[in-house]
Ligand binder design. Structure first.
Ligand code: ZN
Length: 449
């Protein structure tokens, strides 16, 4: 790999320019800004490395699918997305979000960490490998979608309608970070999510609050209902909620022990004195990675503006997300929640479903996970930190579940990359290392039996 690493270093200015070109092009899926132009740019770079491209149209933004078929019996796939979050609030940026300026070793731009830095790093790695060796040692597939930041509404359809495009021996998924200690995070699973809205309704209009003596208040109904969902010790009280939870096994616990988590840094950056229930150490890490949650994300009812308004609200809403762990399923959770509310006398409270995603876990002993874990050291000169599971969610299950595809997340971000936030950035060094790491995975995974 030394030759490939040298090629990447000798040509790093070119690879940085490729990234800057992608970052200068806004591609905000939520606002339909620059999406067509971005598809053209992605195609341009895929062409450059000899990719056979298929544009899969959807009713939203297309999936740019590409293959480099080298007639090998092993295939490695890359999933990334070419859309970004809106840049607002623009006044909190210290620079143009689409200027792609480089300052103090960092490149600042919307999308630099999520997800353009990773998308183009995969392409650069293939390019560098081809320049040095001519051909790739395995077949490569690219699945680049343009709707990740709006919930990937067409990814499941794509997976169902194009099973042959999913066929692979493993996927490097989206991205990841390097810790403050310089160690690369390798993530082997995600929590699922089930997002619902609870709606309590009273009279058909807001009323004078004097009528509260005789008219139902939906805000109270909602609060009483919410109060039945969880106790003060963080136990979720929905009957059957934990039934399908698979407890962490020995290997999971081993990874947990080896995983670094900087508690002081987290407390400092969140302005808190302690974590939930005062947990620390392995208990804290176990909660973060392996425990499901029930979170009130927001509530709305009646009057909350300046001063007072004596009103009896006609409606109250709470938005709730459940982060799920294997083998919990969003459909089950909604059914259990309905049953629970009915049983506690809250049949009047309506459940409106929003997005949901199942959890997904990759076996750490599968060849792709092993390849990545064993070769981090050759690029980063430090062993990786393995996240057996990510506390967040990603649409991996929709894509991989019926084929049981190994999925590994690694990427070019760092702890302060500010995904979705002002001053989003990556280190140039992490970007170059990310190209080297991807090339290493291509090289080493091809050798795995
Ligand atoms: Zn994102």
């Amino acid at each position: 790999m030394e030759k490939v690493y040298r090629y990447i270093e000798d040509n790093q200015d070119m690879y940085i320019e490729w990234l800057r070109e992608l970052c200068r092009q806004p591609s905000v899926s939520a606002q339909n800004r620059g999406m067509k132009e971005m598809v053209e740019l992605v195609k341009k770079y895929l062409h450059l490395i000899g990719t056979d491209i298929t544009i899969i149209e959807t009713s939203g933004y297309p999936i740019v699918y590409g293959e480099i078929n080298q007639n090998k019996n092993k295939t490695l796939s890359f999933y990334n997305h070419y859309d970004v979050q809106p840049e607002d609030p623009i006044e909190l940026w210290d620079m143009d979000p689409y200027g792609a300026i480089i300052k103090d070793g960092k490149l600042y731009a919307r999308g630099s960490s999520d997800n353009k830095g990773n998308l183009i790093a995969r392409i650069c790695a293939v390019h560098a490998y081809q320049q040095v060796y001519g051909k790739l040692p395995l077949n490569v597939k690219f699945i680049f979608e343009g709707e990740e930041e709006i919930g990937s509404p067409h990814l499941t359809d794509f997976a169902n309608n194009h099973p042959e495009k999913l066929e692979t021996d493993g996927i490097i998924w989206e991205g990841g970070s390097r810790g403050a200690d310089g160690r690369l995070h390798v993530t082997l699973g995600v929590k699922g999510i089930c997002y619902v809205e609870l709606v309590a309704k009273g009279a058909n209009t807001d009323l004078h609050s004097s009528e509260a003596a005789i008219i139902v208040n939906p805000a109270w109904r909602l609060i009483w209902a919410l109060n039945t969902l969880k106790d003060e010790n963080e136990n979720i009280l929905i009957e059957g909620f934990y039934d399908k939870v698979v407890q962490p096994n020995e290997i999971d616990r081993k990874f947990l022990k080896e995983m670094d988590f900087d508690e002081q840094y987290k407390l400092k950056t969140t302005g808190l004195d302690q974590f939930l229930l005062g947990v620390t150490g392995d208990d804290l890490k176990e909660r973060l990675l392996y425990h499901p949650t029930c979170t009130i994300c927001g509530m709305e009812s009646g009057y909350i503006d300046e001063g007072s308004k004596t009103v009896l609200p006609s409606k109250a809403i709470a938005k709730i997300d459940f982060r799920l762990v294997p083998d919990q399923e969003p459909d089950d959770i909604v059914a259990l929640l309905r049953k629970h509310l009915d049983k506690h006398g809250f049949s009047d409270i309506e459940i409106v479903r929003h997005s949901s995603k199942n959890p997904y876990k990759t076996d750490p002993d599968n060849p792709l996970a092993k390849t990545v874990i064993e070769n981090v050291d050759s690029v980063y000169h430090k062993p990786p930190v393995i996240y057996r599971n990510s506390p967040g969610s990603s649409p991996i299950y929709d894509f991989c579940s019926n084929k049981d595809i190994p999925v590994v997340q690694i990427g070019v971000a760092h702890e302060d990359s500010r995904f979705h936030a002002p001053n989003e950035n990556i280190y140039i060094k992490d970007y170059i290392d990310g190209i080297k790491m991807t090339a290493t995975v291509i090289h080493e995974f091809a050798k795995e039996k």
